[in-house]
Write a protein that binds this ligand. Structure first.
Ligand SMILES: [Mg+2]
Length: 308
């Protein structure tokens, strides 16, 4: 369930009216990165709206890549591999064919031979609006947000704040914003080797996402700000740490693991060539996560007040 009050209202209403039968058909109910059906099929869906999710700096190919990767990242978070995709696309008139061709190129490159099996097309009186549904398969138990244990170590993959740096036009980080590259081999490997107690992807920033993971697991967390893996190029920003934990869009994985798996995770990082960093530990619940002596920044909210 989203923690944004507006999003929460929408989903509380929809699930109330859908009745209890909806959730009972699921192995993993709404509230995780993707739903898992009783037969193990993993399903995720994302909307992508011009002016909300992307601006004029994105080419059509960037939009296609970014949309596909955001969805692939949610399957990755569950430990699943993609098996098919569906796309709905609403475009203003007159149809801009060259944009469609460009979009298709980026979308198909990101999906990397995952078959597109159908969808819907229509005109839009306003901005371009896209929605992708991805299905995936598990080869192990799904990674969920609910299993973090007191004393677990907290890990992240890659770097935090690269997408923020790209958004703020730091040249070295621009591609991280326009063309994110989630560590898609990592999620299935973590699930198959049974190394983690909980996990999710970092789409809204460590601040919001760790809070969600802690809430789902009934625990709290202590993060060491000095341990956070920030890109060097981000240091030119006035408050790089706030960018790293508050902006989101990095599509890295956040997960918890018993301290006894520390060496195995370091070995897995070397094997997959995916940087993994231990950034803190899980503590007992009742208090919000802490970031040293710093205050957690307020993250993005779809229906909250406008922020800059
Ligand atoms: Mg997610």
């Amino acid at each position: 369930m989203p923690d944004d009050p507006g999003e929460s209202f929408v989903w509380t209403t929809l699930l109330r009216d859908a009745g209890p039968g909806s959730a009972s058909k699921l192995r993993v109910p709404p509230g995780d990165d993707a739903a898992v059906l009783a037969d193990g099929l993993v399903l995720t869906q994302d909307a992508f709206i011009e002016g909300v999710h992307w601006d004029a700096r994105f080419t059509g190919a960037d939009v296609g890549w970014r949309l596909a990767m955001a969805n692939l990242s949610d399957l990755n978070a569950m430990g699943a591999r993609p098996v098919w995709a569906m796309l709905s696309i609403a475009l203003p008139k007159p149809l801009d064919q060259s944009w469609v061709e460009d979009f298709s190129l980026g979308f198909s490159q990101a999906l990397d031979h995952v078959p597109l099996i159908g969808g819907d097309t229509c005109s839009s009186p306003g901005p371009k609006a896209l929605s992708v549904t991805l299905a995936g398969r598990l080869t192990a138990e799904p990674i969920r947000r609910t299993g973090a244990q007191v004393g677990d170590e907290i890990w992240v993959s890659g770097q935090l704040g690269a997408a923020a740096g790209g958004y703020y036009d730091i040249p070295e980080l621009r591609s991280a914003f326009l063309r994110p590259t989630p560590p898609l081999s990592l999620g299935p490997a973590l699930a198959e080797r049974g190394l983690v107690t909980s996990g999710m992807d970092l789409s809204d920033g460590l601040c919001q996402d760790l809070h969600r993971l802690c809430a789902a697991s009934g625990v709290s967390a202590a993060i060491d700000p000095a341990a956070l893996p920030l890109p060097n190029a981000l240091m030119t920003r006035p408050a790089p740490l706030m960018d790293a934990v508050g902006f989101g869009e990095d599509f890295e994985l956040l997960f918890t693991a018993a301290a006894s798996h520390h060496a195995a995770l370091a070995a897995l990082a070397a094997e997959l060539r995916v940087p993994l960093t231990c950034i803190g530990h899980i503590q007992s619940g009742g208090t919000p996560p802490t970031l040293g002596k710093m205050t957690w920044p307020v993250g993005w909210s779809h229906f909250g007040p406008e922020t800059t």
